[in-house]
Design a protein around this ligand. Structure first.
Ligand SMILES: Cc1ncc(COP(=O)(O)O)c(C=O)c1O
Length: 345
């Protein structure tokens, strides 16, 4: 039934990788306690603690919007604000979920090159007002890898932490594509998170080869107090939790989470390399993770669509976004590039 991929639309279009599927099937033998009181959930939570080299608290929800919205609501009172980049997913693509979950915490939008927060602009938003009428800044939210396919370096994360410390703010990381950042930067998960000052990470499983399920990792355990109630109230406590936990364990134990990310990044690099050779095609940002953004004439966009290619043109600041995934093949890249050549001609 499924047609071969003719798409660079999203890593959400991909199926489930075999490692996640194998563990899902293994968890489907017999019965097990519900609501996370099963062995799979225990094992994967311990695996996360080993992976991050610290005693963190781990929760699972169904999707990234819930992970971001609920984790931010745990950091904020309703009168607080969250500073994020103007292209952040929490601002542009979560339908007000973070504000809704926190009963009104406001997002304040900062600028910055390449989809990354400029600390100077973040500080401007923090100090611009300190009166009772302004929603008190409480959190800085970063996306790693960013919505524009770029990466925060460890030094950039430390600079934001230093700024946050000066003003008593927490740091939230939207890591829907955290695995892609880990492999691209050749850093440990710990160095890219709590050692760089991240208080809570939303770690994407769906884009990394799972069917469903994101992990929320609290490095500051005090922030996780009563968090399970928040998940339950929001309808995000899976009764059959083992079917989210087991695929996660499959990704982590087999190393598939890094292999999958490496494949996606490699395909984006290959795609970018081939695209650079076309005169008249401009890459909009350095492709540092698994997406490539380019400017194309409208007629070419139409011609590619007429050839059946699926991709988005509304993400970030516009342009054609080509998103690679764990199952993107060099053949798909070649086919796209050939079709682009015909469409430009
Ligand atoms: C940066 C980022 N954060 C979070 C998400 C998760 O969103 P969803 O609620 O669709 O799982 C996405 C998905 O596209 C994303 O790109």
């Amino acid at each position: 039934m499924n047609q071969p991929a003719h798409q660079f639309a999203s890593d959400n279009y991909s199926g489930i990788c075999s490692e996640a599927l194998d563990y899902l099937q293994a968890a489907n033998v017999g019965d097990a306690p519900a609501y996370g009181n099963d062995e799979w959930t225990q094992r994967v939570a311990d695996k996360f603690r080993e992976l991050f080299e610290t005693d963190c608290e781990v929760f699972f929800v169904f999707n990234g919007t819930a992970a971001n919205s609920l984790s931010l609501s745990a950091l904020c009172q309703s009168y607080h604000s969250v500073i994020c980049h103007e292209t952040a997913h929490i601002e542009t693509d979560e339908c007000g979920g973070p504000e809704f979950a926190s009963n009104g915490s406001k997002l304040l939008l900062a600028k910055g090159e390449l989809g990354k927060l400029d600390p100077t602009d973040v500080e401007r938003l923090i100090i611009r007002r300190c009166d009772i009428h302004y929603p008190k800044p409480k959190v800085v939210s970063v996306t790693q890898a960013t919505e524009l396919g770029t990466l925060y370096t460890v030094d950039e994360l430390h600079a934001l932490r230093e700024l946050a410390d000066r003003h008593g703010l927490k740091i939230h990381m939207d890591g829907a594509r955290f695995a892609n950042a880990v492999v691209a930067l050749s850093q440990t998960p710990a160095d890219l998170t709590w050692r760089a000052g991240v208080d809570v990470l939303c770690l994407g499983g769906t884009k990394n080869g799972m069917a469903v399920g994101e992990a929320i990792v609290f490095f500051d355990k005090a922030l996780a107090t009563d968090f399970a109630y928040r998940c339950k109230q929001a309808g995000q406590l899976a009764s059959k939790m083992r079917f989210i936990a087991a695929p996660w364990l499959g990704l982590l134990e087999t190393g598939a989470w890094l292999r999958n990310a490496r494949q996606a990044n490699a395909m984006a690099a290959y795609l970018a390399e081939r695209l650079k050779r076309f005169p008249g095609v401009r890459l909009m940002f350095p492709p540092q993770a698994n997406s490539v953004f380019l400017e194309l004439p409208e007629s070419t966009v139409g011609a590619l669509r007429a050839r059946g290619w699926l991709f988005y043109t509304f993400i970030g600041v516009g342009g054609v976004r080509l998103m690679c995934s764990w199952n993107t093949t060099p053949q798909a890249v070649d086919q796209f590039v050939d079709d682009l050549a015909h469409s430009l001609a």
